[in-house]
Design a protein around this ligand. Structure first.
Ligand code: ADP
Ligand code: MG
Ligand code: ZN
Length: 613
């Protein structure tokens, strides 16, 4: 039901009625004025007929109307039991028409009785109806708002690039929905629920829709947060309704997006929607347990926080199958870029693999965004094709925000920024385990006045302690350079983000990665993720005050050591830092090839250092 539509519909009818009534009133009013004929005796009309003044005579019941040749008219009442002939009014003298009014009089009388009743009745009807409309709208809260996708705009596995393992697993689900008998004959139990797990933008929603597209079955999609609204009990009844709909349309897929919105561990929530969430979650569990073996309904859910899900959801018979979708690797990124440049006119020489190589850590959604930015950029420049330069520029835009070229920096700020960034770059270049410099820039983006972009040469799944130590030193490189070149008392707020990152990293090394010699291979603290509070707010301390003190000391030491290493490097490389900073002030950006030129002769030294490590 669409309450909004019917409401506006009844309103239209109501307006039409008002206009109609007004027209009738106006008509009868005007009609009275214009047509008001002169009241005369019937003998007068007879006389006029004799005189030949009358154009025509019409008889309506006992009323005789004579239309005169001069345009006016007269009306007289014919006496009962007399005919016009008695007065000498005959057809050979004038035209006589007799209006049969018996029918219209009946209608007229009926109308005059029923029209008002009808109008008033209609009015009451519409008033009641709109009141009810509001009512039924309130009642429909319990109905699921699931969107049904069927047949239209089919998405296939081919539209999902990469993620081959995930596709393989989901292919089985599709096959089951298509040929349930094949599996049942072998006594195989089909998974009731499939949980897609992956970071945001890795294509979980896309994958679920591809499953539906491939299986060719109805696909009920709902976002878990839609279950939970203001009214208690609504979430649970929505779940019931959704499952009912799906079973009626079986074979079908129910897709619950962002499952973590309701599937968080029960008993750990805060705030008003807590009970509601639990009831909704319970209802999902109940419904999934209530599946008959013959119900060809599979629940697919997606989450980026499997760690916070209630364990009951992951029990066998529920979401017992978990499909992990990782961030795409280099080849997968190339494939995704291909998918999203298919409908864009890309210049022939464009090397998508190169873009893929420069975008480690990008999700499918980021890559889509990148190609879109490139197309927008090309359009803005009135180009007919998207070029490599457009794509390259878009990487930085997606990663670090748009350039703020209009932001005017003071000459002095520019200079400090140039030295600061040169410092980061030099430290990271010299330290063997830091990521190589890809680009340095003093063009502002988002909050940063400048940036040094370090890019790993390979995609690592594991990080080493040595890498983290070099990273902390690199982060310290900016502030240290400011001190060295402008004096300790002239350091700026530009290093704020560097310090924040370094502190977080050091803390994680100590408390989570077991990378502190003093504290050993243990984790400290337990994070209980609550939906409405930031992570750090709800950290449970499961260690003593003494340990807390040591943690702080270890973190401080890691950062101090990093700072010292950076300081030494900057002091011994003042010349190259100055060169780079001065070039930055002229060119604004320096890319990796240009950057390496500053170190040509020192390259060998770095290689030697690597070997000896
Ligand atoms: P998630 O649900 O995991 O957050 P989405 O499925 O909403 O991510 O992905 C957002 C968009 O990113 C998709 O609509 C699609 O255009 C693009 N995308 C993500 N992953 C891929 C992929 N593997 N292949 C092609 N496009 C992808
Ligand atoms: Mg999604
Ligand atoms: Zn910095």
């Amino acid at each position: 039901m669409k309450p909004d539509n019917s409401k506006s519909g009844s309103r239209t009818v109501f307006y039409i009625l008002i206009v109609f009534v007004a027209l009738v009133l106006i008509n009868s009013y005007i009609g009275d004025k214009v047509a008001a004929p002169k009241q005369v005796a019937i003998s007068q009309i007879a006389q006029d007929v004799q005189d030949g003044k009358v154009e025509k005579v019409s008889i309506k019941d006992s009323e005789v109307t004579a239309t005169l040749k001069n345009g006016s008219s007269e009306v007289a009442i014919q006496e009962a039991n007399s005919t016009l002939k008695d007065y000498g009014i005959t057809p050979d003298k004038t035209k006589i028409t007799v209006e049969d009014t018996s029918g219209s009089a009946v209608w007229y009388n009926l109308a005059s009785i029923f029209l008002p009743i009808f109008l008033i009745g209609g009015l009451i009807f519409f008033m009641l109806r709109s009141a009810q409309g509001a009512n039924s709208k309130a009642m429909s809260f319990g109905k699921s708002t699931a969107k049904l996708f069927m047949g239209n705009k089919k998405i296939a596995f081919a539209d999902v690039a990469g993620a081959d393992e995930a596709k393989q697993e989901l292919f089985e689900v599709v096959d089951f929905l298509k040929n349930p008998k094949k599996y049942r004959d072998l006594g195989a139990e089909i998974p009731r629920g499939v949980l897609l797990v992956g970071s945001p933008g890795t294509g979980k929603t896309l994958m679920a829709r591809a499953v539906a597209g491939e299986a060719g079955v109805p696909f009920f999609s709902i976002s878990a947060s839609e279950f939970v609204e203001m009214f208690v009990g609504v979430g649970a009844s929505r779940v019931r309704d959704l499952f009912l709909k799906a079973k009626r349309n079986a074979p079908a897929i129910i897709f619950v997006d962002e499952l973590d919105a309701i599937g968080r561990q029960r008993g750990s929530g805060l705030g008003g929607s807590h009970d509601e969430r639990e009831q909704t979650l319970n209802q999902i569990l109940v419904e999934m347990d209530g599946f008959e073996a013959t119900d060809n309904v599979i629940v697919v859910a997606a989450t980026n926080r499997p760690d916070v899900l209630d364990p009951a959801l992951l029990r066998p018979g529920r979401f017992d199958r978990q499909v992990y979708i990782d961030l795409p690797d280099r080849t997968e990124r190339t494939a995704i870029l291909k998918v999203h440049t298919k409908n864009k006119p890309v210049e022939s020489g464009v090397d998508l693999a190169k873009i893929a190589a420069s975008t480690p850590g990008f999700s499918g959604a980021d890559l889509k965004n990148l190609t879109n930015e490139a197309a927008i950029m090309a359009a803005r420049e009135n180009k007919k094709t998207v070029t490599q330069a457009h794509l390259n520029e878009s990487i930085e835009k997606v990663m670090m925000g748009p350039e703020k070229r209009l932001k005017v920096l003071l000459e002095r700020e520019k200079k400090i920024t140039a030295f600061h960034e040169a410092g980061h770059a030099v430290v990271s270049h010299i330290l063997p385990n830091a990521d190589p410099v890809h680009k340095i820039s003093i063009i502002s983006r988002r909050m940063a006045l400048g940036y040094t972009w370090n890019m790993p040469t390979e995609e690592r799944k594991l990080q080493t302690k040595a890498h983290f130590l070099d990273e902390i030193a690199t982060l310290m490189g900016g502030r240290v350079t400011e001190e060295e070149f402008f004096g300790k008392e002239n350091v700026t707020t530009g290093a704020q983000n560097d310090m924040k990152k370094a502190t977080e990293l050091a803390r994680h090394m100590v408390t989570e990665y077991g990378m502190s010699d003093r504290l050993g291979p243990q984790t400290y603290g337990h994070h209980d993720d609550m939906p409405f509070l930031g992570k750090e707010h709800t950290e449970h301390r499961n260690y003593s005050e003494d340990i807390a003190k040591i943690i702080d000391e270890e973190v401080t030491k890691l950062i101090a050591d990093g700072r010292d290493r950076a300081d030494k490097l900057i002091k011994s490389h003042k010349k190259v830092v100055t060169e780079i900073a001065e070039d930055l002030l002229k060119k604004e950006t320096i890319d990796d090839k240009e950057f390496l030129k500053y170190f040509d002769e020192k390259e060998i030294a770095k290689e030697d250092k690597k070997k000896s490590d």
